[in-house]
Design a protein around this ligand. Structure first.
Ligand code: CP
Length: 329
């Protein structure tokens, strides 16, 4: 167990070693138990986290804010449009100045080709830990909550279990590709055999896929890609974990209208009871939320016995508290 994570950033999924992720999960389970028992755990008394949002959020904002309060500190909610960022405050100013006011800086910035660079530049200038609350490449805290949930449902030894990371159709907007990218990077380290399924226009970033394959080789797990207009059913067969969510065809086009035209060809990529029946009887259904109900996934599945989506959302709170307690003390 590696326990010295003081002052560490978490921006990409592989920033923490496997052993460090195990420490995070261990602390997260302890904090979850303490909260269940009503035991106070003010490890970050008088500490303050800046939460800078360039994009909307329900779970991320709620869980970071509640988490800091439960740790005895405070979280400041800051929307970029209410700051002087558009009037000249650069990443350097943000990192330098917020690093002097706050004990940690968390940022959500999902703009294509901009968000990840922005977060890294703030981190370079900041003297405190910087956390990625989602960029266009990674969503590391979501992925840690997903891993915690999978271990709670399927046991700590995940070797030999099949996890499907599948594209699904959505009509609301072109969603970022960060969740599937984080999943394929992190899950091989914990023994899961990953099957990535999507229509041909929905490729993930080639360098991320290469890194995921490298992790799979290193940890001797399976890694398969099904890139086929009708590949969803094939992917679901005999799966232990179904993680099916939408993302935009952002490697093909960043034009929202063109993206929607492409996306609209694949309305049959919905997670429904018929497809879930192809997976193992005790398979779990996961989604980071928000989901387009009855478009991306049927309500029957989302509210049904296979679904773990609300436990998954709860675990955001526990893993984030663990990372903050370990890095910001
Ligand atoms: N899953 C997730 O990050 O949810 P929000 O976008 O609501 O924060």
């Amino acid at each position: 167990m590696q326990t010295d994570l003081r002052n560490r950033d978490l921006i990409g999924d592989l920033d923490f070693s496997k052993e460090e992720v195990e420490t995070v999960l261990d602390v997260a389970w302890d904090l979850k138990r303490k909260r269940a028992l009503g035991e106070p755990h003010p490890y970050l008394r008088d500490k303050v986290l800046a939460m800078l949002f360039f994009f909307s959020s329900t779970r991320t904002r709620g869980s970071f804010e509640a988490g800091m309060a439960q740790l005895g500190g405070h979280a400041a909610f800051i929307e970029s449009r209410t700051t002087q960022i558009s009037h000249g405050d650069t990443e350097k100013e943000l990192g330098e100045i917020f690093g002097r006011y706050f004990d940690g800086i968390a940022i959500r910035h999902v703009d294509w080709g901009i968000g990840n660079r922005y977060i890294n530049l703030v981190a370079e200038a900041a003297r405190v830990p910087v956390f990625n609350m989602q960029c266009e490449i990674y969503h590391p805290f979501q992925c840690l909550a997903d891993l915690m949930t999978i271990m709670e449902k399927k046991g700590r030894d995940l070797r030999g279990k099949k996890m499907v990371v599948s594209w699904a159709y959505a009509s609301s907007y072109l969603k970022p590709i960060s969740v599937p990218q984080s999943l394929i990077l992190q899950m091989p380290r914990f023994g899961l055999d990953v099957v990535l399924a999507h229509p041909p226009e929905f490729n993930l970033m080639p360098d991320i896929v290469e890194q995921a394959k490298e992790q799979a080789r290193k940890y001797k797990t399976g890694f398969e890609i099904i890139s086929d207009p009708n590949g969803m059913e094939e992917a679901f067969k005999d799966a232990d974990i179904i993680y099916a969510k939408s993302w935009g065809p952002l490697l093909t086009t960043q034009d929202p209208e063109e993206g929607k035209r492409i996306q609209d060809q694949y309305k049959h990529w919905i997670t429904d009871a018929r497809k879930m029946a192809l997976a193992k009887d005790d398979a779990i259904y996961m989604h980071p939320l928000p989901a387009d109900r009855d478009i991306e996934v049927t309500s029957e599945v989302m509210d049904g016995p296979h679904s773990v989506v609300f436990d998954e959302a709860e675990n955001r709170l526990h893993v984030q508290k663990a990372v903050m307690a370990l890095t910001m003390r």
